[in-house]
Design a protein around this ligand. Sequence first.
Ligand code: SF4
Length: 461
Amino acid sequence: MENLASRELHEECGVVGFYGVDHAATHAFLALQALQHRGQQGCGIAALRPDGTIGLHKGAGLVKEVFGKEEIASLPGNACIGHVRYPTTNVGGQENLQPFLFTRKGCSFALAHNGNIVNADRVKSYLERRGHLFHSTSDSELFAYLVGTGVHGDDWEANICAAANLLDGAFATVILIDGVLYACRDKYGFRPLSLGRLGKGYVVASETCALETVGASFIRDVEPGELISIDRNGVHSSFHAHSCSRCMCSMELIYFARPDSVIEGCSVHGFRRLSGRLLQAEHPADADLVTCVPESSMSAAIGYAEAGGLPLEMGLLKNMYVARTFIQPTQSLRDVGVKMKLSPVRSIVRGKRVAVIDDSIVRGTTSRIIVQMLRDAGATAVHMRIASPPYAWPCFYGIDTGTREQLLAADRSVEEIRAFIGADSLEYLSVDALYKASGREQLCTACFDGKYPTELYQDND
Ligand code: SF4
């Protein structure tokens, strides 16, 4: 997956949970590294120690930077939850790193979540007016507050169900409480969450690539609206919502997820390859070669090249070793970051008409730099083909897109966007082809068509 320096879309968070697995924290450390593409700001692991207490370590940075031997050793036990974070709607302060640890009714519990709760401000305002103080801006604290103060006493399953039912939006949440691991998804199923088996224990993870990494076998996806609990009796399932849909975030398939993951039965690589083929059928390019923007659009570029009978070449090279200090949220530093991160391969593109396959255009500045780079390297024509429809609406479900004004396609035609990025031609995948590639009848496509699956609660107070 892409480094943030060269991308305009930032994903939010990945979660893992382990139960009944020896050295659970070590496994979580490995699984979180497999999910590192979902968030690089910080990470954490909370583990159920053999004495019943919960230990926690978290910090800013990559998983391999935050956890060494000592930190892992401080988290013994066979159950834990973990999290990698990219800050989105909330500020990126240390206080927002997850998991969160709470004590309620004499019971310690840890919680971590991926997504964004759209009615969080409304629910928080209500609670603040009644005197509750929140210590962070994270939705997780609100979730945990509702669980911890639930009216069902120490029936934690009922309290989690009630909290999940009250909160609207996107969440894939893991909770460690009273010796039980819980995992739940919102009723729309925006974010993926899979269940696997590891020895005699169980694993839940945002993506199946994390299951693969730790040697777990895939059992099934956690269903939209489902709450599973895992204890020494095995896995128990219940539903916190009765009216559920299957609005998986289409950007998970297009860009966020790792290509070796399988989301609700759909191979991410297979989806992208087919979307590339369909893109070529819809919009062939008069080109000598095809290149991807490494690496997230590689699968789509393979499909495009195959379908068009064109050679797939390494027209752009990714520098794997760019200093992380370039990962900065300002536009000027992002521009520098793109040039640090990507280089044209002059010997390949010189004198050639190049079809560049990318997964999306958000603000357009990255695409503009890429087009110019290729021209400077001698390409005689640059045809941009985008393996998703125009990104015209902001996401409210945990993806950092900025405001609608910042989205290039919000109020511009394809021809205006082409002129802005300076390509010889520009074409996008259709929404119909997106569905066809996914093999699904339902997806969230709100960032393409503005049809949000939830209420947006924009009159919070
Ligand atoms: S609005 Fe777009 S990015 Fe956000 S959940 Fe829906 S498809 Fe994903």
